[in-house]
Design a protein around this ligand. Structure first.
Ligand SMILES: Cc1cc2nc3c(=O)[nH]c(=O)nc-3n(C[C@H](O)[C@H](O)[C@H](O)COP(=O)(O)O)c2cc1C
Length: 216
């Protein structure tokens, strides 16, 4: 029998909210970063990173990001009804971080950080010209959860640099996405592994498949 490793348990009911949040953020990793570009009712273009971000639904295509508290991005999306989510590429590391500064609503993060924006294909929100991928969304719905609001975006189009697309899909080596870890740590993509899914039929017919997986 293998020995059980000693564990530390973090109990959210026995900890300060911020302290538990730091632990949670350190274990849900790595997180992709949605660089959310939105426009205020007054026409100010806003750009902010959100790492609480994932695919919410396949059909129809829906993505989601979470605003912890009420941020300008959330206010803008509710006011104008659309936004873009831009992939955060490694060469723009410092710019992505700098757009997380708490600029007042009448300040454009893109202008402050020198990130060039350009018109999108299907929505009024701009996209990041130097990002290889932009997901164009209209507001599907929002869900209030405690201190946070989940924003669901119906995907109207994905625009990718043609040079990054091979065999019908954008390629990871061209995208080089940044990801968020805990604390002030970030990561790059690192080694890319490839493996195909094992259908149950193959698993059932060939006992050596299971033996190989178990025999680490
Ligand atoms: C990499 C990174 C990821 C972040 N992820 C989130 C997030 O998921 N949700 C959130 O509310 N704030 C997140 N923040 C903080 C916001 O970007 C920051 O509060 C920003 O000022 C919000 O901008 P806005 O008010 O223009 O929307 C993140 C910051 C950084 C640098």
């Amino acid at each position: 029998m293998t020995e059980q490793r000693e564990r530390t348990t973090f109990d959210p009911t026995a900890m300060e909210t911020r302290a538990f949040y730091r632990v949670l953020n350190s274990v849900v990793v790595p997180r992709p970063i949605a660089w959310v570009c939105s426009r205020s009712a007054e026409g100010v273009h806003n750009l902010a990173p959100h790492s609480f971000y994932t695919v919410a639904c396949v059909d129809p295509p829906v993505v989601q990001f979470t605003s912890v508290g009420r941020k300008d991005s959330l206010n803008n999306v509710e006011a104008t009804g659309d936004f873009t989510i831009n992939l955060t590429p490694e060469p723009l590391f410092e710019q992505v971080n700098a757009t997380g500064t708490d600029f007042p609503p009448d300040h454009s993060e893109a202008e402050h950080t020198g990130v060039r924006l350009e018109p999108s294909e299907t929505v009024t929100a701009l996209r990041v010209a130097e990002s290889p991928v932009s997901i164009e969304c209209t507001l599907h719905s929002t869900l209030r959860l405690g201190d946070s609001t989940v924003v669901f975006g119906r995907v109207q189009a994905i625009s990718a640099w043609s040079s990054a697309v091979r065999d019908g899909r954008p390629r990871i080596e061209e995208l080089r996405p940044l990801a968020r870890l805990g604390g002030n740590e970030w990561s790059t993509i690192g080694e890319v592994l490839e493996i195909s899914r094992i259908p149950f039929r193959a698993w059932a017919e060939d006992p050596s498949i299971g033996e190989k997986v178990r025999d680490r």
